[in-house]
Design a protein around this ligand. Structure first.
Ligand code: NAP
Ligand code: ZN
Ligand code: ZN
Length: 386
């Protein structure tokens, strides 16, 4: 068996297996160790959740060696998505630990595998929420890897295609990813503000495009957070009349600065009445339990509420809210790799980036607390140089 093959078999991402892996390397003949060590071991400094209750803490992990189709990226910036918090705290159930969150990754290519032609060392590149998929099912063949029937491999809190290696995300100094799932980024752009496009950006772009949002459409974005502020920017840029619906009246000024034509404080019944049966599309980015009816009542004939926010608990919907005006509810999950690249290119061409607050890695637990309280304008981004 080849050295690499041997190592892949013992490779696992938990700390005891990591120790096992190191021991295994140490027991190899010194000639092999010395010859191959740099291509086998890619150590990464990270922050991990070890369980659902304790704060994230420093954690060392090893990335797989760079295969022919892999790109090794030194991570410069990683955005902090509310999904990171949901999963680190096991709010959706089934979380896998140790967990290194982070799926809004921008960095510099360190090494590209022998079969990689689109990237070379020194290029700026990005990785989002998906790092692999089956590549042969119907959705995969349509560039909709996020709906892979065999389930996409998510950047963290999932298993690699071998079904046993834990995937680990971008709260770390580097990542090794198959080239198909690596995105190109305009090197001249503001990289820290580009990072959130890899999840908050594509997750809001995809349903707006699917629903053909454009001029003449009335669109509401519910929730002005990381996703909401990107949805607002995109809907405005696509030419729609856009209304921001928020629980907090202090956000009105920002909403208008970001391009909103109207603002609704969801606690203001007069404002809700004014916009009753008004919108063609509501993009719902809300992260906590809320009353869907309040929002559905605002949809006009054939209107659609696109759900992207993922509150931990199941939400209820009365059929009466749907049959009135023949309304629909749809869900939408991030976006495929092709569409993510299109979104990045659109953003570069139209000067669209995220509004960010940069934090050092060490402040991630405070950032989680602030995000939980809605105190973020509008995305935390970790500077991995810290
Ligand atoms: P975020 O920055 O924390 O924003 C969430 C916003 O929801 C808050 O800013 C707040 O806006 C609003 N909100 C919070 N509690 C609320 C409540 N009780 N009632 C009404 N509104 C409330 O989070 P994010 O990173 O944008 O993520 C939003 C959600 O999308 C999360 O659940 C996340 O897991 C999910 N997500 C889904 C996908 C997908 O593929 N579908 C991808 C990424 C993230 P206001 O202050 O304006 O009210
Ligand atoms: Zn996300
Ligand atoms: Zn598939």
């Amino acid at each position: 068996m080849s050295l690499t093959g041997h190592l892949q078999i013992i490779w696992m991402e938990n700390s005891s297996a990591h120790t096992e892996r190191l021991l295994s390397i140490q027991t190899l003949p010194s000639s092999l160790r010395n010859a191959k060590t740099t291509s086998i071991m890619i150590s990464s400094k990270a922050y991990a959740a070890l369980d659902s209750k304790t704060p994230l803490q420093p954690y060392n992990l090893s990335r797989r060696s760079v295969g022919p189709n892999d790109v090794h990226i030194e991570i410069l910036y990683c955005g902090v998505c509310h999904s990171d918090l949901h999963q680190a705290r096991n709010e959706w159930g089934g979380s896998l630990y140790p967990m290194v969150p982070g799926h809004e990754i921008v960095g510099r290519v360190v090494e590209a595998g022998s079969q990689v032609s689109r990237f070379k060392a020194g290029d700026i590149a990005a990785v989002g929420v998906i790092v692999d998929s089956c590549r042969h099912c119907n959705p995969c063949k349509q560039d909709l890897e996020q709906y892979c029937i065999e389930a996409p491999t998510v950047t963290y809190n999932g298993y690699e295609r071998d079904g046993k290696t834990l995937s680990q995300g971008g709260y770390s100094t580097n990542i090794v990813t198959n080239q198909h799932f690596v995105l190109r980024v305009d090197p001249g752009s503001d990289l820290k503000a580009v990072a959130p496009l890899l999840c908050a950006g594509i997750t809001t772009w995809s349903p707006l495009r699917h629903l053909k949002v454009g001029k003449g459409m009335r669109v509401a974005v519910a929730g002005l957070g990381g996703l909401g502020h990107m949805g607002l920017k995109f809907a405005v840029s696509l030419g729609a009349e856009v209304t921001l619906i928020s629980t907090s009246h202090e956000k009105e000024k920002d909403a208008r600065r970001l391009g909103a034509h109207n603002f609704i404080n969801v606690k203001d019944s007069a404002a809700l009445k004014k916009f009753n049966c008004y919108f063609d599309v509501i993009l719902n980015t809300i992260s906590a339990p809320h009353d869907y009816k309040t929002y559905l009542d605002l949809l006009t004939l054939n209107g659609t509420m696109a759900i992207v926010g993922l509150p931990p608990e199941a939400q209820t919907v009365s059929p009466f809210s749907l049959l009135t005006n023949r309304r629909s509810i749809m869900g939408s999950c991030i976006g495929g790799i092709k569409e993510t690249q299109e979104m990045l290119d659109y953003c570069a061409a139209n000067n669209i980036v995220s509004d960010v607050e940069v934090i050092p890695m060490q402040q991630i637990n405070e950032a989680f607390e602030r995000m939980q309280k809605g105190d973020v304008r509008y995305r935390f981004v970790i500077d991995l140089a810290s």
